[in-house]
Write a protein that binds this ligand. Structure first.
Ligand SMILES: Cc1ncc(C[n+]2csc(CCOP(=O)(O)OP(=O)(O)O)c2C)c(N)n1
Ligand SMILES: [Mg+2]
Length: 477
């Protein structure tokens, strides 16, 4: 019955074999990072068995990882030589080797796009870190990827590849320690079974510095403008309270090694854009299945795992409502979590999807809840914030309360503004030039518009399509 989900699946036949079977099940589960199932007849619980010393302990040791060969690295460098617009797509397999990647990125003039789980592993302020792809994405990440003629995936098993890797033709190199990942999301021009560190080290040793590459320069320039757009939104000092300023405050009070439980919804997009990730920080998100109600339990687990670190729960009003009863758990175990609820009275992530379809809104409005009062009822101090002016004091108070060892909740009453849907940007080639457009689907429901008009809709009048930078630096298809 469990064979399709379990790597080890046994019915215990004799009570005496229990110690062996349990031990084996644990070993198989760890080895395969998967599920073991043991079915134990009920009556075994009442049978006395001899107390034999069953030991299977060995010293902790990790296996050596596969290393790239000289030939593989030279083949990679050859592909880079032929490419005009190469891009790295880097996942959590980069581990602590970001410094090598940054060096190689500059040396070979290859910008970097990151998969969500690698957020924070590559310095956010590195000029050619173009951020994430797809919907929870940076504008330039999506734009530059759409123009790439060579994608070098390093340590990433990107589950949204179907949405991103199919947009156009490019050559594909994959560097991975797991043979099962090769060709999983894109056919391979070159697969290198290697630990990312050894690959990068060897690529640095065997390559020569190349002259500034127009594609790299254009991407860096476009990224600079995207970042100042985000910064301007965060620093907004008048008008209604919006999500960007809430993130500004989270960044302001965050410890250098803060831990974040991030819920599903707009907060995925917004945390990727606005949260200041660093290698010292830890964060978790329901990245693959996107289960709402993740932030609060994640914060509880985070505080138990890191009792001496500052822990945040960042959740939308819809997601928080699914699990808010567990505030009592934070109280019961004296977990000083800082709970941030981004209340927009909307299942906004879904409302945005509906906005782009020919349909009326359905089931996406939420009734306004006084979450501060809910928190108070469960023994957690709650603060409601309705204006920009009230924001800093509320976050100062959150810092005080959490440092005092108690949980706190900030209910930030924000608008239901939609962040810019950069996944609607598309690149085409017309008369030997790249041309940027807004997707046909988006224009069908929002009317015909140029990229500039699209940017202005999201308060991004200063933004320019990447094709403008391509012109400036001479990037051609
Ligand atoms: C358990 C579950 N149900 C439904 C969904 C589909 N879904 C994804 S985001 C979302 C809306 C989230 O709303 P909210 O928590 O208020 O965050 P917002 O997007 O408004 O910031 C929904 C319904 C899901 N991912 N998980
Ligand atoms: Mg909401």
């Amino acid at each position: 019955m469990f064979s399709d989900v379990a790597v080890y699946n046994r019915v215990v036949m004799t009570p005496e074999s229990l110690p062996y079977v349990v031990d084996k099940a644990i070993r198989e589960a760890y080895k395969n990072s998967s599920v073991s199932v043991i079915i134990m007849p009920n009556n075994f619980g009442y049978v006395e068995i001899p107390d034999v010393d069953y030991a299977s302990h060995t010293a902790e040791k990790s296996l050596p990882l596969p290393q790239a060969t000289d030939t593989e690295v030279d083949q990679f460098l050859e592909l880079v030589k032929e490419a005009k617009r190469p891009i790295f797509h880097v996942g959590s397999g980069i581990g602590d080797k970001a410094h090598l990647l940054v060096e190689l990125s500059q040396k070979l003039q290859i910008p970097i796009a990151v998969a969500g789980l690698a957020k924070g592993k590559i310095p956010e302020d590195f000029e050619a870190n173009l951020g994430t792809l797809n919907r929870a994405a940076s504008k330039v990440g999506d734009e530059a990827f759409a123009a790439a003629d060579l994608v070098i995936a390093i340590g990433t098993n990107f589950p949204f590849a179907n949405l991103v890797y199919r947009s156009h033709y490019f050559k594909f190199v994959s560097v991975d320690i797991d043979v099962a990942n090769f060709g999983r999301h894109h056919y391979l021009d070159l697969g290198i079974l290697s630990d990312s560190g050894s690959f990068l080290q060897k690529a640095l040793e065997r390559s020569a510095t190349i002259a500034p590459r127009p594609f790299y320069q254009a991407s860096v320039a476009a990224m600079k403008d995207w970042k100042s757009y985000l910064e301007r939104l965060m620093q907004k000092m008048d008008g209604p309270l919006e999500f960007e300023q809430v993130y500004r405050e989270i960044n302001r009070i965050s410890d250098i090694n803060a831990v974040y439980g991030i819920d599903v919804g707009d907060n995925i997009i917004n945390s990727f854009r606005f949260l200041n990730f660093t290698p010292e920080k830890k964060w978790t998100i329901s990245a693959l299945f996107a289960t709402m109600g993740y932030g609060l339990p994640a914060s509880i687990a985070g505080q138990f795992a890191f009792p001496n670190r500052q822990v945040f729960n960042i959740a939308g009003d819809g997601a928080f409502s699914m699990v808010m009863q567990d505030l009592t758990t934070q109280v019961k175990y004296q977990l000083p979590v800082i709970n941030i609820v981004t209340s927009n009275n909307s299942l906004n992530f879904i409302k945005s999807e509906q906005e782009d379809l020919v349909m009326n809104f359905s089931g996406v409005d939420l009734y306004e809840v006084d979450f501060a009062k809910v928190a108070e009822g469960m023994g957690v101090e709650g603060i409601t914030v309705k204006t920009l002016e009230e924001l800093p004091a509320a976050f100062d108070r959150a810092l005080e309360v959490s440092r005092d060892g108690k949980p706190i909740l900030i209910d930030a009453k924000i608008t239901d503004k939609r962040g810019i849907p950069v996944e609607e940007l598309e690149l085409d080639i017309v008369d030997g030039e790249f041309v940027e457009r807004i997707s046909a689907g988006y224009q069908e429901t929002h009317g015909q518009m140029s990229p500039e008009e699209f940017f202005a809709t999201y308060d991004g009048q200063e933004l320019r399509p990447i094709t403008a930078y391509f012109k400036e630096y001479g990037v051609k298809p």
